[in-house]
Ligand binder design. Structure first.
Ligand SMILES: NC(=O)c1ccc[n+]([C@@H]2O[C@H](COP(=O)([O-])OP(=O)(O)OC[C@H]3O[C@@H](n4cnc5c(N)ncnc54)[C@H](OP(=O)(O)O)[C@@H]3O)[C@@H](O)[C@H]2O)c1
Length: 321
């Protein structure tokens, strides 16, 4: 398997693009109503997820992102099931599994994720989001213990501010362990990491920015418009999916189409490529089926010119602040 980079300053060799498995798995009971299931409309089931998994690996995108929280652990269980026979699969998961988390609960959380994944090691283990009252230094020390115990290969965080990244980095550095990544929302329609200091700190400290919702929840695919609204609870109620908001992005999808036509690529592929052109950014688009996974992974196979990147920068200035 060909790998293009390492994750931050860790030893973990990773592709330039991963796959988000948030919607995957068979949720049971109340977990069926978890946002991972309801936000973007229904999942497409085991066979389609298996296809997405296998075709992504074939195309070189062998890093899969999940979380203990997604559908009450169903996403982790599905990935564990799919990855069982495969050697060259990298799994990134996140803790905690619920909102009433205390740092003392960390070892239990880790063991529960390992059990759901059916693995002895998690390649990248990320703190899902900072919460007031949960000490970042205490958690980072526990993550460092987990690395030393061989249960975790690389340490990451998610939804951390620039300041919180520095705090985590400092504690881990004292233990000789790099903070490998910060997973935050980043796309042409959500460019805040460029202005809130997160991208700058990533560059300064050698941390990879893992870009979640890189297709802006499907809005950058070009398939949604005021006439063709997206399915799913969040996409019906959140303002960024309203008719007006979808109208406002039409010039962006038009430009994505124009640029894509030069390379026989789709708007999704150009939007993902815009992220990949930054060497410290690693997008993890969600794929519900084999077709989406293949299309997304194809963004590894072409390049944009500096002028095209700049044209996209200019066209999305309104989504930078
Ligand atoms: N750390 C965090 O707090 C956090 C938060 C959110 C997400 N994430 C991670 O980021 C991953 C991706 O984010 P996301 O799912 O929010 O958003 P996304 O990747 O921007 O959008 C994914 C959705 O777009 C559509 N899609 C994807 N590829 C497509 C293609 N080639 N053609 C047409 N439609 C396509 C699919 O939905 P439809 O077909 O229904 O349109 C899919 O569910 C998640 O799986 C998760 O691992 C992390």
């Amino acid at each position: 398997m060909e790998h293009d980079t390492t994750l931050g300053r860790s030893d973990l060799k990773v592709p330039r693009l991963g796959v988000g498995a948030m919607t995957w798995g068979d949720a049971k009971g109340l977990a069926r109503f978890h946002p991972a299931k309801t936000a973007y409309g229904g999942a497409h089931g085991f066979e389609e997820e298996k296809q997405a998994f296998e075709l992504s690996i074939e195309a070189g995108a062998n890093l899969f992102d999940t979380a203990a929280m997604y559908s009450g652990g169903a996403s982790e269980r599905r990935l564990g099931e799919l990855a069982r026979e495969k050697k060259h699969v990298l799994i990134a998961s996140k803790f905690p599994g619920g909102f009433s988390f205390r740092a003392e609960g960390f070892p239990k959380e880790l063991d529960a994720s390992l059990a759901r994944l059916g693995r002895e090691t998690i390649d990248l283990y990320q703190h899902h989001f900072p919460v007031r009252g949960v000490s970042i230094p205490k958690l980072m020390d526990q993550l460092a213990d987990a690395v030393e115990a061989g249960k975790v290969k690389a340490v990451g965080v998610s939804n951390y501010s620039a300041e919180q990244m520095r705090e985590a980095h400092t504690v881990l550095a004292k233990r000789g362990i790099p903070l490998a990544s910060n997973q935050v929302e980043y796309s042409l329609l959500h460019r805040q990491p460029e202005v809130n200091g997160v991208l700058d700190v990533c560059r300064e400290l050698g941390i990879t920015l893992i870009a979640y919702s890189p297709l802006a929840g499907g809005r950058l695919t070009g398939k949604y418009s005021a006439q063709h609204r997206a399915g799913g609870l969040f996409r019906r109620i959140l303002p960024q999916y309203s008719r007006r908001a979808l109208d406002a992005i039409q010039p962006v999808t038009k430009l994505l189409r124009e640029i894509g036509a030069r390379y026989s690529k789709t708007p999704s592929q150009v939007a993902l490529r815009w992220l990949i052109e930054n060497p410290i950014v690693l997008p993890i688009p969600g794929a519900k089926n084999g077709r989406q996974a293949t299309e997304n992974a194809e963004s590894l196979k072409f390049s944009l010119t500096a002028e095209e990147v700049e044209a996209l920068n200019q066209a999305t200035l309104a989504w930078r602040n």
